[in-house]
Design a protein around this ligand. Structure first.
Ligand code: BDP
Length: 599
């Protein structure tokens, strides 16, 4: 799915700002048919929750309504007119005047409504969007809604971040010609110092398709006619981690030499491959350093914010990180575009977090019912999960920064039914994209002995908390557990393994000379213990600390104003460990710290 853009043949209007806002109530019947009652307004893009002081709004379970008036530009007569919602978390229904024009389930991928036959250029329309934050056992991510004796709905979920909801990304209206370029798919191959840029164009309506590739200086380096084919680029400039280089591919649809539609996307030429126990980018072993992140800031919740985007990437650069994982959902496309332009490597994750009835925010209990079964994650959940994978890959397939798909975070891969649930999903992801490796971030209870899916993965990503949820305050014991665990995985599977999560809650300003949890020293020493162990393991290909920054969660006895495992505070101030990480990551760059031994 193409991200809308203004081109010589297309116009684009951004609909961000403050929208009328109302919480759904029983007496609110068909709210799209009139101006929303009350005087509430909510900012878009932003989660609505923390914008309001009323706990009934912040914690509302169910639908909320956004509404605004939109003028359809009068110059759009004869054009195709499309409304695009970058994200409605977790489900959206869109009305233009009294008419339902789109519905979408899945909180972190875009959807569109074709308004061509519904609106009139030059006229204003009332646009109303309902957004539902309810999670059930058949949504991704899963959750549970219960209705209390007071008649109020309450919601619980198995993921350790606040269920921010609403319109956290932009809303757009755009025009295209009636005959238009619907999709572009690019893959790249390297042959010596030359590259093949393979393209497939999905064009709607008659006309001739042609493509050309320009370099960063604007010079055309290759051209071709037809809806699919290969462009050959000699002396290619590679897209490299830390050294991005982007060509531009322009697709033109013409009719007898008249330009009908035109669309351009950036193209990074790079290869990704798993060979033995190595992860190769452009044929070179790559070692991931960085973080699992969240889209999370004060007031905005998960709202995309360009200033935080710039600042977070500045901090990644400052600390010497070369990568991050989009834990635990697809991030705003602007984030991936930024990563493309700045050479940051991304592991792109679906919203499948919490498919594990035995875990709660890192704490465990025995699942009352099996995770994979009729009342847990069932066929319907799996179908929803498949749809999330389709939409993620459809949206992000052309980003050079994305080097791996993460199908799920901490599912119960140790439980019965996991293989039956995951094997078809892994097959699907491979079918949709044969160029990128696939991983799952493996929960602590999935061990190299009891895990049921790891052999299906290309890279084994581990989330481990030795020294926190296990052996807290005892880094010596933690080190032994960790060593044994990593060794077990690498010896059994012979695949690359990486740490997708390791970290400890840390309160800035807490200090100790001993191994005392929550102190800044403990975070530092916990990390260096891990690094010693990582560097001894020949199959180890990367370390992503949990988390880049502190983030909001539901309330709980083990959470103090949210999860405090950030290396930066929620307002992005470095904790002590940031400096030691910086020293290590600047030193090692993109390469594994010590040469593999035969340990
Ligand atoms: C892991 C989860 C992550 C949590 C983390 C923690 O993948 O989302 O925030 O633990 O407990 O289980 O800090």
């Amino acid at each position: 799915m193409l991200k809308p853009q203004a081109t010589p043949t297309r116009d684009l209007i951004n609909l961000d700002g403050t929208w009328r806002f109302a919480v759904d109530t029983h007496d609110l019947v068909a709210p799209w048919e009139r101006v929303l009652p009350g005087r509430l307004e909510a900012a878009v893009p932003a989660s609505y929750n923390d914008q309001f002081v009323d706990p009934a709004i912040r914690g509302h379970v169910g639908v909320v309504w956004y509404q605004r008036t939109v003028f359809v530009p009068r110059g759009w007569g004869g054009e195709r007119i499309v409304l695009r919602i970058d994200a409605a978390t977790h489900a959206g229904s869109v009305y233009v005047e009294d008419r339902l024009v789109a519905e979408h389930v899945g909180g972190y991928t875009p959807f569109e409504a074709d308004l061509t036959d519904i609106v009139t250029p030059g006229e204003a329309v009332r646009l109303t969007i309902g957004v539902d934050n309810r999670l059930t056992n058949v949504t991704i991510p899963p959750g549970t809604v219960t209705t209390g004796p007071d008649g109020i709905q309450r919601q619980s979920y198995l993921h350790d971040f606040y269920n921010y909801a609403g319109l956290a990304r932009s809303v757009w209206m755009y025009s295209t010609p009636r005959r238009f370029v619907r999709d572009i798919a690019i893959t790249t191959e390297l042959i010596g110092s030359s590259a093949l840029v393979d393209f497939t164009i999905d064009a709607m309506g008659s006309g001739e398709v042609s493509v050309h590739l320009t370099d960063e200086a604007g010079a055309v380096v290759a051209r071709a006619d037809g809806a699919s084919g290969s462009l050959s680029v000699s002396d290619v400039h590679l897209w490299q981690p830390g050294a991005a280089y982007l060509y531009d591919l322009t697709v033109e649809l013409t009719d007898d030499e008249d330009l009908v539609d035109s669309f351009s996307i950036p193209v990074g030429v790079r290869t990704v491959e798993v060979r033995g126990n190595q992860f190769l980018i452009n044929g070179q072993p790559f070692y991931f350093t960085g973080f699992g992140k969240h889209e999370d800031t004060a007031i905005r919740g998960k709202g995309h914010d360009p200033a935080y985007l710039v600042h977070d990437f500045q901090l990644l650069d400052w600390i010497g990180a070369n990568s991050f994982r989009t834990s635990h959902y697809p991030y705003a496309e602007e984030v991936l575009e930024f990563a493309d332009r700045h050479g940051i490597v991304v592991i792109d994750e679906t919203a499948a977090v919490g498919l594990n009835l035995g875990v709660m925010g890192g704490l465990t209990g025995s699942p009352a019912i099996p995770t994979f079964g009729p009342d847990g994650c069932n066929d319907e959940t799996q179908a929803a999960h498949a749809q999330h994978i389709r939409e993620l890959i459809a949206r992000d397939k052309n980003h050079p920064s994305v080097v791996m798909w993460c199908i799920a975070n901490e599912p119960a891969t140790n439980e019965e039914g996991a293989r039956e649930y995951f094997a078809p999903l892994i097959d699907l992801a491979r079918e949709l994209d044969s160029t990128r490796p696939i991983t799952i971030a493996e929960v602590m209870f999935a061990t190299f002995e009891n895990d049921r899916v790891a052999d299906l993965l290309d890279v084994i990503s581990l989330n481990r908390y030795y020294g926190w949820y296990v052996a807290v305050g005892d880094l010596q014991t933690a080190e032994q557990y960790l060593e044994h665990d990593l060794r077990g995985w690498s010896e059994k599977f012979g695949k690359p393994i990486m740490m997708a999560e390791y970290g400890v809650d840390t309160l800035p300003g807490a200090h100790s000379v001993w191994d005392v949890p929550w102190t800044e020293e403990y975070q530092r020493d916990y990390l260096s213990m891990h690094h010693r162990v990582f560097d001894r393991n020949p199959s180890f290909v990367g370390e992503q600390v949990w988390n880049f920054a502190d983030f909001q969660t539901t309330v709980g006895i083990h959470r103090v104003e949210g999860n405090r495992k950030g290396i930066f505070s929620r307002d992005r101030k470095p904790k002590g460990a940031a400096h030691s990480l910086r020293e290590r990551w600047k030193r090692i760059g993109n390469r594994k710290p010590t040469p593999p031994t035969d340990a």
